[in-house]
Write a protein that binds this ligand. Structure first.
Ligand SMILES: Cc1cc2nc3c(=O)[nH]c(=O)nc-3n(C[C@H](O)[C@H](O)[C@H](O)COP(=O)(O)OP(=O)(O)OC[C@H]3O[C@@H](n4cnc5c(N)ncnc54)[C@H](O)[C@@H]3O)c2cc1C
Length: 483
């Protein structure tokens, strides 16, 4: 869930402005064994790519391994009876996010996220001075990482941190690392961190972000339960093997996650070059899991969509998003090495942690208010295997490598294939649209121009506080910004 630069994002969305409006998308002809572009995966990138191919009047096949559309952006309504985003929930930069412009036609409500966040110190809220101290430390940490990223040799964000973060070290490391990048800062490239820019505005979708995405897939000829087993380069295109038969296409857009691809779930013939394999390894997915609690009577005494962190000196911490969209759901998100370790111990260990941890912050009596709980296991989803990609040290250029067309017929797309918006639904969407344009052009079946090369200046804005949101006396709030 990294941030991004608005300026660069605007440049990047120039092509997407012409993306098809919902009503314009018509179902493609029934999937046949011969198509112009095949798309592997029906997550955000795959949906965007498919819409582009259809808009250009070309034949498409969309092959989705799982039994559902949306990939890592999916809203469940069965577990709690209200929208529950199992994966992506925040709509970053709603004013320019490629998805938000569809909200009205999709019939969903997008509303601004509250600008304040709260900081807990044990059972009490941080005082104003403590909050300011914490924010100043976040600013220093951010700047140090940005400074390091300007150097000639990449290093880990952890190595770039000032040595004197003092009592705020644990919280700062959690907010910038696991919470923002799904990895501990020791595993994150300073260059990659610096490329993702500011995130100063966010929104939520009342019906769930996955609901919005699924509306954008309506009418698309997605073949569910169709895992792609192999992609062979043949004369004039590719031959794609699935358990349901073979499909020939002039080009293929592959949106499966980096972990799925690196694990060899799809066999390529000829094999993927070392250059691409290395890139996939360096862009491995981090861990980000959600424990949702349905609580009666607002026992945490928080407002709708309040975001809360705790002051911590260890890594056993989490974030809280309370009363999600005004429902009785609260999300406790765990991430990074702790999230990975906890999730590997199973759902019960995750919900036990959430209850105990919330009890420590709000009082053990809150347990009585908990009606139902659910914990995600993204790391164990066979067709995803993690959360999102933060590059390892030296891995930032891998994003460009992943975007290179392979043999002029294989085009990788997805959140990892975006230099600034990696780890976001908007980035995945952009990447899918861009890959589809390139696939059509290279395969000679589309007249669409190739996307312009994006400005590649490193961004410099990182999370820094803005003093506009003053802490309230009882429950002080703060805002982390990148200016
Ligand atoms: C818990 C969590 C919280 C997040 N929070 C946010 C957030 O708040 N905001 C935000 O913007 N982003 C967030 N993200 C990241 C965001 O969800 C992803 O960046 C984005 O959804 C990725 O889209 P994608 O299309 O690249 O990949 P995916 O969504 O993974 O789609 C790829 C698709 O390919 C399919 N597939 C895989 N292998 C095969 C195969 N062999 N054959 C056919 N199909 C295959 C998969 O089933 C999947 O449907 C979060 C992610 C997680 C896990």
């Amino acid at each position: 869930m990294p941030g991004f630069s608005r300026r660069l994002f605007l440049a990047a969305t120039a092509g997407a402005a012409a993306a098809p409006a919902l009503a314009q998308v018509r179902p493609a002809p029934a999937p046949s064994a011969e198509v112009d572009v095949a798309i592997v995966g029906a997550g955000a990138a795959g949906i965007a790519a498919a819409r582009r191919v259809i808009l250009e009047g070309r034949r498409v096949a969309i092959l989705e391994a799982s039994e559902r559309i949306g990939g890592r952006c999916i809203t469940d309504t069965a577990i709690f009876g209200v929208p529950f985003d199992l994966g992506a929930h925040w709509l970053h930069a709603p004013d320019i996010n490629p998805l938000s412009k569809f909200s009205a036609t999709a019939g969903v409500d997008v509303y601004p996220a509250p600008r304040g966040q709260k900081l807990k110190i044990g059972r009490r809220y941080a005082r104003e001075g403590e909050t300011e101290d914490f924010l100043a430390t976040v600013v220093r940490a951010n700047r140090a990482i940005l400074d390091a990223a300007r150097g000639t040799t990449d290093m880990s964000c952890a190595r770039a941190l000032p040595r004197d973060l003092g009592e705020w070290k644990g919280s700062v490391e959690f907010v910038l690392g696991p919470f923002g990048c799904a990895k501990d800062l020791s595993e994150v490239s300073a260059a990659d961190f610096a490329r993702s820019g500011e995130r100063d505005l966010d929104a939520f979708c009342r019906q769930g972000l996955g609901t919005l995405l699924s509306k954008l897939a309506e009418g698309l000829p997605v073949q569910l339960g169709t895992p792609v087993l192999s992609i062979a380069s043949v004369r004039n295109g590719v031959e794609i093997e699935t358990p349901r038969g073979k499909i020939n296409a002039r080009a293929v857009v592959v949106t499966a996650s980096t972990n799925v691809l690196a694990g060899g779930a799809i066999r390529f013939a000829p094999e993927l070059p070392k250059r691409q394999l290395d890139a996939l390894q360096k862009l491995s997915l981090g861990s980000y899991e959600r424990i949702a609690l349905e609580m009666e009577g607002n026992p945490l005494n928080l407002q709708r969509d309040d975001l809360v962190f705790e002051k911590t000196d260890g890594i056993r911490t989490a974030s809280i998003l309370a009363n999600v969209s005004g429902t009785s759901l609260t999300y406790v998100d765990v991430a990074g090495s702790f999230g990975r370790e906890l999730a590997s111990r199973g759902r019960k260990a995750m919900t036990d942690f959430a209850v105990e941890w919330l009890g420590g912050l709000f009082g053990t009596e809150i347990e009585k208010s908990i009606k139902r709980m659910h914990a995600t296991q993204w790391f164990a989803e066979p067709f995803v295997q993690g959360a999102f990609s933060a590059a390892s040290v030296g891995g930032q250029p891998s994003r460009r490598i992943l975007m290179e067309p392979l043999r002029e017929r294989i085009f990788f797309a997805g959140e990892a294939a975006h230099e600034m918006l990696w780890g976001t639904v908007g980035g995945a969407w952009e990447s899918g649209d861009r890959a589809a344009v390139a696939a059509l052009r290279f395969s000679g079946v589309g007249a669409a121009p190739a996307p312009e090369a994006k400005p590649q200046k490193p961004t410099r804005q990182r999370r820094e506080p803005r003093a506009q949101t003053r802490p309230e006396p009882q429950q002080p709030t703060f805002r982390i910004l990148r200016e």
